[in-house]
Design a binder for this molecule. Structure first.
Ligand SMILES: *Cc1c(COP(=O)(O)O)cnc(C)c1O
Length: 389
C-alpha cells in the first residue's frame, strides 16, 4: 500500500531514519546529562555521545573531529561562516564573493554584511546554473576575504565546480566556504580533496532530525579564524556557545554514519528511480529540465511544463504527490524562483516548474504512481486553462 501523498520533496526535508531515531532515544530520558558536566557520569555519557557523533560527522566529509562545530542547522552554519569570517578578517579586507543562486541563508547573510560595511559581489550563473570560473577570478580584489559558493543547489541540484573554485581561492590566499547541505550524504564530499576551508551541513536533509547541523572549520593549511556569533559558556571551542543538544547531535552522527555506509548503493538506486521519472516526464510535450544535466545531484529533477502553472498543478496533485516549485523558504511568496530566473528562464517557464526530490525511502511503486498522476494532471490543466502565448 502506498502512503499518499507520495513524498517527492526530499530537498526540503527528509523523514528521520528509524535507525537515527533509535540512536537518539537514550539521550532524552536515560542519558540526559549536560555534555559540559565534568563532575559525574551523566555528563560523561553525554560527552561520549557527542564525541562519537563528532567523529561520524567528520568521517563523512574527510575532516578531523576537532574541526566540527555543532550548530542548529545549515542556516546557522551559513551565518556563522560568513559573519564569523567577516569579523575575524576585517584587518585583511571586507569583500566577499558569492553567487546569485545561493540559498537565502547565504544571500540574506551577505545582504546583512553589506549593511554593516562589507562589500559583496553576486556572480551570475550560466543557463545551466554554473558559475564561470573566469568571472569568479576576475571578481577577486585585494580586499577579498571569502568566496562563498554552494556545493549543490537545493532547487535544481546543480553541482558547482568546487575543486576548481578552491584552487582559485587558494592561489589568491582567500578562504573558500561552501554550503553543502544538499551535497553531503548524496555525493562524495571530502574537504581535503575538494579544498574547502569552511562547510555547512544539516541533519534534516540526510534523514536526521531538524534543528541540528554542523560547520566544518579547517584547522590547518590554513587555520581558519571565526568570531563566534553566539557568546556564552564557550562551548564548541568558543565558536558556538549553548548547551549541546545531545540527542539531536547523536542523531546527526548516526545519520552521517548511515550515509557513509550506504551512499554509494543508495545513490545508485535513487539515480535509477530518478532517471525513470525524468524520462517519463520529459516525454510530456513541452517539458524541459532546468539546470545542468551533467553536473547534477542524482536525486534532484527540476522540470518546467510549459503552459501548466506549477501552483495549480501542485494544488490538483496535492492529495497524490507532494512536490515543490522550488525552495520551501520562498514558496510562500508567488514570485517565481530566483534560482530559475538566474538561469535566464522566462517568467512563464519559471512559473511552471516543479522540483522532484527523491530520497532513501522513495520506492519504484511511488515513482510509477507519480508518473501516472502527473501526466494526466498536466494535460488536464493545459486543456482547461487559457494557454500562455
Ligand atoms: C536546507 C538548506 C539550508 C538550510 O538548512 P537548515 O538546517 O534548514 O537551516 C541551507 N542551505 C541549503 C543549500 C539547504 O538546502
Amino acid at each position: 500500500m502506498l502512503t499518499l501523498p507520495v513524498y517527492l520533496d526530499n530537498n526540503a526535508t527528509t523523514a528521520v531514519d528509524p535507525r537515527v531515531l533509535e540512536a537518539m532515544l537514550p539521550y532524552f530520558t536515560r542519558h540526559y546529562g549536560n555534555a559540559a558536566s565534568r563532575t559525574h557520569a551523566y555528563g560523561w555519557q553525554a560527552e561520549e555521545a557527542v564525541d562519537i557523533a563528532r567523529e561520524q560527522v567528520a568521517a563523512l566529509i574527510g575532516a578531523e573531529p576537532k574541526e566540527i562545530v555543532f550548530t542548529s542547522g545549515a542556516t546557522e552554519s551559513d551565518n556563522l561562516a560568513i559573519k564569523g569570517v567577516f569579523e575575524a578578517y576585517s584587518s585583511k579586507g571586507n569583500h566577499i564573493i558569492t553567487v546569485t543562486t545561493e540559498h537565502k541563508a547565504v544571500l540574506d547573510t551577505c545582504k546583512h554584511i553589506e549593511k554593516i560595511g562589507g562589500e559583496v559581489t553576486y556572480l551570475p550563473v550560466n543557463n545551466e546554473g554554473l558559475v564561470d570560473l573566469g568571472e569568479l577570478e576576475a571578481a577577486i580584489r585585494s580586499t577579498t576575504i571569502l568566496i562563498a559558493v554552494m556545493y549543490a543547489n537545493n532547487e535544481i541540484g546543480v553541482i558547482q565546480p568546487v575543486m576548481q573554485i578552491a584552487e582559485i581561492a587558494k592561489r589568491h590566499d582567500i578562504l573558500f566556504f561552501s554550503d553543502a547541505a544538499q551535497a553531503v550524504g548524496k555525493i562524495p564530499v571530502n574537504v581535503l580533496d575538494d579544498g574547502i576551508d569552511i562547510l555547512s551541513l544539516s541533519a534534516h536533509k540526510i534523514y536526521g532530525p531538524k534543528g541540528i547541523g554542523a560547520l566544518y572549520v579547517r584547522r590547518k593549511n590554513p587555520r581558519v579564524k571565526l568570531i563566534a556569533q553566539m557568546d556564552g559558556g564557550g562551548h564548541e571551542r568558543g565558536m558556538r556557545s549553548g548547551t549541546l543538544n545531545v540527542p539531536a547531535i547523536a542523531g546527526l552522527g548516526k545519520a552521517c554514519e548511515l550515509c557513509s555506509i550506504e551512499m554509494n548503493t543508495d545513490g545508485e538506486r535513487i539515480a535509477n528511480l530518478g532517471n525513470k521519472l525524468e524520462k517519463a516526464l520529459l516525454n510530456i510535450e513541452g517539458a524541459r529540465i532546468n539546470g545542468s544535466i551533467q553536473h547534477r545531484l542524482p536525486n534532484t529533477f527540476n522540470i518546467s511544463f510549459k503552459g501548466a502553472e506549477s501552483e495549480r498543478l501542485m494544488l490538483s496533485l496535492s492529495r497524490n504527490v507532494a512536490v515543490s516549485s522550488g525552495s520551501a523558504c520562498t514558496s510562500a511568496s508567488i514570485e517565481p524562483s530566483y534560482v530559475l530566473k538566474a538561469l535566464g528562464l522566462p517568467d512563464d517557464l519559471a512559473y511552471s516548474s516543479i522540483r522532484f526530490g527523491l530520497g532513501r525511502f522513495t520506492t519504484e511503486e511511488e515513482i510509477d504512481y507519480a508518473i501516472g498522476q502527473l501526466t494526466p494532471a498536466i494535460e488536464n490543466l493545459r486543456s482547461t486553462l487559457p494557454q500562455h502565448v
